[in-house]
Design a protein around this ligand. Structure first.
Ligand SMILES: Cc1cc2nc3c(=O)[nH]c(=O)nc-3n(C[C@H](O)[C@H](O)[C@H](O)COP(=O)(O)O)c2cc1C
Length: 102
């Protein structure tokens, strides 16, 4: 992307963000994180690693433990490594319960 197009895009996104309340901004940012997280999960697998996306943790505790800047809001945890040599069986919904043909 050339510099002018990038500037136009950045200004567009800043305008979009300004129109959101703080709750909407946080919700939007969290959803954006999940897009990146799904890429991380798939990318890890493509490189031969396993991962374990997690919520249910104490975000403030992580900010303190990792000495993160106060404006950072941890959204999910994602350890990446090698799973157990004897993994438990996978539990998955049937494809027809997950995908919709329109
Ligand atoms: C501590 C912990 C927290 C987790 N939190 C979430 C969660 O918030 N949402 C979710 O979808 N899965 C969560 N999981 C599930 C895992 O990310 C993963 O989906 C699960 O281990 C099964 O993975 P598999 O079926 O690919 O083996 C959590 C797992 C652990 C161990």
């Amino acid at each position: 992307m050339d510099e002018k197009s990038l500037e136009t895009y950045v200004n567009y996104m800043r305008g979009f963000e300004k129109g959101l309340s703080s709750e909407q901004r946080l919700s939007w940012a969290q959803r954006q994180c999940y897009l990146a997280l799904s890429n991380a999960l798939n990318g890890a697998k493509a490189l031969g690693f396993d991962s374990c996306p997690m919520e249910g943790f104490d975000p403030k505790g992580y900010v303190a433990a990792l000495k993160l800047p106060a404006h950072i809001v941890p959204v999910a945890l994602c350890p990446i490594g090698y799973a157990s040599d004897t993994p438990k069986p996978k539990v998955r919904f049937a494809k027809e319960d997950v995908f919709m043909r329109i």
